[in-house]
Design a protein around this ligand. Structure first.
Ligand SMILES: Cc1cc2nc3c(=O)[nH]c(=O)nc-3n(C[C@H](O)[C@H](O)[C@H](O)COP(=O)(O)OP(=O)(O)OC[C@H]3O[C@@H](n4cnc5c(N)ncnc54)[C@H](O)[C@@H]3O)c2cc1C
Length: 642
């Protein structure tokens, strides 16, 4: 099997590391896991857990929220942050004074002790106005030091660091390296024990958000002796820690993002988070609810785009009527409203569940991150289209011409990264796909394991046959027709569709395993469609259950919610039917073949007539860490001529 030149890591070893860091136990129910198995557990989403209204909020939280909102109104100048590429010190100080760096930290450690629902209400608000502030707060407390220390740290570690984090010492999360993007098996940063029992840390981390401001880091490093990965709290002021470079991006211009090197840094033994070798599991578990900040912030972004488009489409007249009355734009507005309602339902459900503790949300959080970022990016793109030329113009330029400074172009630049960091779209799909086949691997894995001998496979047959003899027929025989779910009123039909199609989903997962055997893990086209179907079914179920609950609570907007939920479900049903059809009728094999020809240069002829990169593919390989080479990376020559 081919090994990577830098790290000597094969595909098999990469998979083994991913498998080893997977949480394997399912001690609590999960709506999505059940859906993969063909069990539509309506009882897990209905009655839908409604977020508290403003009046129902805890007074302490409401007071913070109002003060925070007022602070943003008075102090936040997003255009200035974007233009200067810096967070004003006064703004960061103001956030500290409000306690915004300790929202998720328990009160006993000096934090505000907010629930997940409360914290995410704040992230939703910030997501509606400023991506830079979202990233600052979220990198600190969704993935930075507070979360893993709160969940896995020793009592001493909590006492040592949580009060500092709550007081506003900024923290960051350092996993990525030049060779480690989505694949942690390539991790090179190393630790070894010192004779005193401490750890000696060496290596370099890339793209560490908050890195240039941070006093504290969570660092993932590999034990030199056994290659296991552990997580440590590291202070940036310790000898040997160096900020090598501040990275700059398309958007999030103020992001304090750094390349950080570690040269013989002595890390006290007590700064290990959790147990040795559990680093990746800790990172993944941290992300279970840490990951909810992005989809909650996304709902804020989508709502901001919707407001802009609603007002602009009513006001802007072209060809004799407001653009919102032209069908093409009207359809975009309807999509935006329906998707925004569905996104809020999906992430609202997952966030409420994060506070409960008796349900497993690892899949729901991943689905919320993936589905909401995909939809929000579409919404931002459509908002740019609806605003036309003004969408592409900067806020400063609009203001200088006397128009309202509406920053769709900044929104677009700032938003795009959400489909890449904290688990890229592809990795989120893979993560969910792995769980889709989990039960089948557990029951029938031996049958498709190429390492097992025929005799071993035959020995497994009776127990496999025993499971599928009842499971498979019941995936056909469930009842997903009238009058089931009658109590759900206007939504019963949509929920029956979810029920029928969750069984179909489970059948298709099984058929995929039978048809492709061990090769299924490489059939990403097939697996990703299954995941897309699952996310659509999840969004349908949560949207319908939420709209139904709003009616039950006599919410003043219940009838409007019902209209949006109904439209969303109708659109989702069409997409789901298409996705099922495409599972078995597609161009996947041909496309893969063409892609391999593209990779091999067979279609390089098509690139004729352009200026070109002027470098070979080999030159795109990330360089070895700056520190080791003792030099800076070369400045790219854009579009060099051949
Ligand atoms: C602005 C910014 C902030 C960041 N902040 C942090 C931070 O605070 N801490 C931190 O540790 N990291 C951070 N990152 C890193 C970020 O999490 C990574 O960029 C992300 O994990 C993807 O890694 P990569 O960019 O190296 O892409 P790669 O892993 O090289 O992937 C390239 C492409 O291939 C796809 N791909 C990879 N593997 C597979 C596969 N098996 N199947 C199908 N497709 C695949 C990816 O989805 C992607 O589309 C940040 C990055 C940026 C740009």
């Amino acid at each position: 099997m081919a090994k990577d030149e830098h790290t000597g890591v094969s595909e098999k070893e990469a998979m083994e590391v991913a498998e080893a860091s997977r949480e394997t136990a399912w001690t609590h129910p999960s709506f999505l896991r059940e859906l993969f198995l063909g069990n539509f557990r309506l009882d897990l989403v209905h009655p839908f857990p409604m977020a508290p209204s403003e009046e129902e909020d805890r007074p302490e939280f409401r007071a913070f929220y109002e003060a925070f909102k007022e602070f943003l109104r008075q102090e936040l100048d997003s255009v200035e942050i974007d233009t200067t590429g810096e967070y004003p010190e006064s703004l960061v100080d103001g956030l500290r004074k409000l306690g915004a760096f300790g929202m998720k930290i328990p009160k006993e450690y000096g934090g505000l002790g907010f629930t997940a629902v409360e914290y995410q209400k704040v992230m939703h608000l910030v997501g509606s106005c400023d991506g830079n502030i979202s990233a600052l707060l979220s990198a600190h407390q969704s993935i930075g030091v507070p979360q893993p220390v709160k969940l896995f740290g020793s009592k001493e570690l909590k006492q040592k660091y949580l009060p500092r984090c709550a007081a506003g010492e900024i923290s960051a999360f350092a996993l990525t390296e030049a060779q480690v993007g989505s694949d942690p098996a390539r991790l090179l940063t190393s630790v070894e024990r010192t004779p005193d029992g401490d750890y000696l840390l060496n290596g370099e981390k890339l793209w560490c958000t908050n890195g240039t401001l941070a006093k504290l880091l969570v660092v993932m490093a590999r034990h030199a002796e056994n290659k296991a990965i552990s997580a440590f709290v590291v202070e940036t002021e310790w000898p040997g820690v160096t900020i090598e470079h501040r990275c700059h991006f398309m958007g999030l211009r103020a992001l304090a993002n750094a390349v950080i090197s570690f040269k013989d840094v002595v890390v006290p033994a007590g700064n290990l988070i959790g147990k040795e070798g559990r680093g990746l599991k800790i990172a993944l578990t941290t992300l279970n609810d840490g990951r909810l900040s992005i989809p909650n912030g996304s709902v804020g972004t989508a709502k901001a785009a919707l407001e802009i488009c609603r007002k602009w489409s009513a006001e802007r007249v072209q060809w004799g009527k407001p653009i919102g009355k032209h069908e093409a734009i009207a359809h975009k507005l309807a999509d935006m409203a329906a998707y925004t309602f569905a996104m809020e339902s999906v992430v609202g459900f997952a966030t409420q569940m994060a506070d409960r503790g008796d349900v497993d949300i690892r899949l729901e959080a991943a689905a919320a991150k993936e589905w909401n970022t995909f939809r929000t990016w579409q919404i931002v793109d459509e908002a740019m289209q609806i605003r036309g030329g003004r969408g592409y113009e900067t806020e400063t330029s609009l203001a200088a011409r006397g128009e309202q400074p509406i920053g769709i172009e900044r929104m677009m630049r700032d938003y795009r990264i959400n489909k890449i960091f904290e688990g890229s779209s592809e990795i989120m799909h893979l993560f969910m796909a792995r769980e889709a086949v989990d039960k089948h691997l557990e029951v029938a894995g031996a049958l498709i394991d190429p390492r097992k001998k025929l005799a071993e496979k035959l020995a497994e047959l009776p127990s496999i046959a025993g499971f599928y003899a009842t499971w498979y027929p019941t995936r056909w025989l469930g009842w997903g027709r009238f009058p089931r779910y009658r109590e759900m009123g206007a939504f019963a039909g949509h929920l029956r569709f979810v029920e029928r199609n969750s069984r179909k989903l489970a059948r298709e997962v099984f058929h995929g395993m039978v048809a492709y055997g061990p090769k299924l893990q490489n059939k990403q086209g097939f697996l990703f469609r299954l995941v897309d179907i699952t996310m659509e079914l999840f969004a349908m179920a949560t949207s319908a259950a939420r709209a139904h609950a709003m009616a039950g609570h006599r919410h003043p907007d219940a009838d409007k919610a019902a209209e949006l939920a109904d439209l969303f479900c109708r659109m989702a049903r069409r997409r789901i039917r298409g996705l099922f059809r495409d599972l078995w009728s597609n161009d996947d094999v041909r496309k893969y073949k063409v892609a391999q020809n593209v990779l091999a240069g067979r279609h390089a002829w098509l690139e004729h007539g352009i200026m070109g990169l002027g470098v070979t593919a080999k030159a795109l390989e990330p360089p070895t860490p700056f520190r080791e080479r003792g030099e800076r990376a070369p400045v790219a020559r854009p579009f060099a001529t051949h």
